[in-house]
Design a protein around this ligand. Structure first.
Ligand code: ATP
Length: 246
């Protein structure tokens, strides 16, 4: 086995020296990071640090001035559709059909993706959406319930990597810890999770690694250690030290 394929086998996401420039400003400046398969990686950083741009680069929406982005070994610049097929992007505010139930939304979107609808109930069970809600229209759902439906869709499509943008913003503490439990359950099933967040405590609770983004670069990465996991005070000091983009 070559060195390159050995890396690819264990790597879900890889950004190498990525520069993204908007109007002569380098929003990402030689960003490199790697997320292993089955890992939960949280990217923290101040407003304007480049977190959403990082997600856009993974999805092939950000123009690369330099560098390379790979998703499950696929070069995004070479085959953006194949790369996107390996990703489920869950934005902060999930857009689904309000007049359809959870089950109907999943059946509809799975149909569009050309996937069978066999795994719907199993996926809704895995994400912990209460069964009594499965047939109800989404119009009455909370933000946390909508996110569960979006993630259930990814599971039913058997997508290996979830990209989550500010997933716990606006969730109450109970919904946040339910959400974090769900992520741990997904990790147990081998799903890779990459999330950008301002929720330092949530990241400390659930992530395997935390990266700090400061003006388009990773300035530090910390890995969870044993039962103590992260030193939250040290995390907080590091987070407070990330600066707002000019
Ligand atoms: N399409 C674009 N055109 C021009 N500038 C952009 C574009 N997208 C992002 N930017 C700029 O790039 C910088 C980083 O934005 P980005 O949204 O990635 O930051 P962020 O870390 O996600 O911030 P926040 O926490 O506020 O959501 C900001 O200065 C933003 O104005």
């Amino acid at each position: 086995m070559t060195k390159t394929s050995a890396i690819t086998d264990t790597t879900a996401l890889e950004l190498t020296d990525v520069t993204v420039r908007y109007q002569a400003t380098d929003v990402l400046q030689g960003l490199s990071l790697r997320v292993r398969r089955g890992e939960i990686y949280a990217l923290l950083g101040g407003n304007g640090a480049g977190k959403s741009t990082t997600i856009n680069a993974l999805l092939g929406f950000a123009p690369l001035a330099a560098g390379r982005v790979r998703v499950c070994g696929i070069d995004v610049a070479a085959d953006v559709l194949a790369a996107r097929a390996a990703l489920a992007y869950v934005p902060e505010n999930v857009a689904l059909y309000e007049h359809l139930s959870a089950r109907e939304n999943l059946a509809y979107f799975l149909g569009l993706a050309g996937a069978g609808s066999g795994g719907i109930d199993a996926a809704l069970t895995t994400v912990g959406l209460a069964q009594e809600a499965w047939q109800r229209r989404l119009a009455g759902y909370s933000k946390g319930m909508r996110q569960k439906v979006a993630i259930a869709l990814a599971l039913a499509r058997a997508v290996p990597v979830l990209l989550l943008d500010e997933p716990t913003t606006g969730l109450d503490p109970q919904a946040t810890s339910e959400f974090n439990r769900m992520l741990q359950e997904l990790r147990g099933q081998g799903v890779t999770v990459f999330m950008v967040t301002h929720d330092l405590l949530g990241a400390a609770e659930v992530a395997d690694r935390i990266g700090f983004l400061d003006r388009g670069r990773i300035v530090q990465e910390l890995a969870a250690e044993g039962a103590a996991r992260f030193d939250v005070q040290a995390l907080y000091a590091r987070y407070a030290g990330t600066r707002r983009a000019a």
